[in-house]
Write a protein that binds this ligand. Sequence first.
Ligand SMILES: *Cc1c(COP(=O)(O)O)cnc(C)c1O
Length: 250
Amino acid sequence: MTAADGGDDSRTHELAEGLSAARARLASAVSAAGRAPGDVELLVVTKFFPADDVRRLMDLGVRSFGESREPEASRKIADVAQDTAAAGDVVFDMIGSVQSKKAKSVAAWARTVHSVDRDKVVDALAVGAEAALDAGVRSAPLGILLQVSLDGDPHRGGVLVDDLSGLADRVVEAPGLALRGLMVIAPVEGSAERWMARAAEIREAFMADHPAARELSAGMSGDLESAVVHGSTCVRVGTAIMGPRPLISQ
Ligand SMILES: *Cc1c(COP(=O)(O)O)cnc(C)c1O
């Protein structure tokens, strides 16, 4: 994007339309569920899309973004950060699975990691977050959402419900981390409505032990309405705003 575009190129129009449609959809889902406006954060998922798209979205008022891979995310965020004017109040969350060896770099940029599902990743993020705090690269603890498996299939990511409490304890014990809540991805088979109802049940039981961990990251382009009905506090929307993802990562 060059200065000559003035932010007024056709891609900006496309993103503006996708964004306002997604915001309208979210607002009506929130109101249909009898919830307060502003109860549910819209995280715009920019994985695979270039830094220029992040800049366009920042110009359109977006302040929270979701990224899913390293080093794509680090590179994009460093690129965007050069535009100091707007970058200050923008947050990036990690929504993809974290490899232990990438935990250090993720801990340097993420507000919150949505996809934590095993001890090894908790430990690696704890080390990374402490290092980032010591170095002044971050000023607040790294937020952690535990990704829960809704169908109990261990191959698809997410901690099993039976192992959730042990994993939560490990996060609570780590000084650089702050347990914020849970994250789910509805399996494609079956109804999203039913999976989100299950997520709400799991969350209710979880919050009995961890009342401050009230975040529920649930809902994507295809199922955000069901997620909002069942208590989502953050929807992660990519395709409905960005269009189909390019095949080659930026
Ligand atoms: C890519 C991704 C999304 C966005 O999905 P869309 O269907 O494109 O809205 C949400 N959550 C996670 C974990 C993702 O990896």
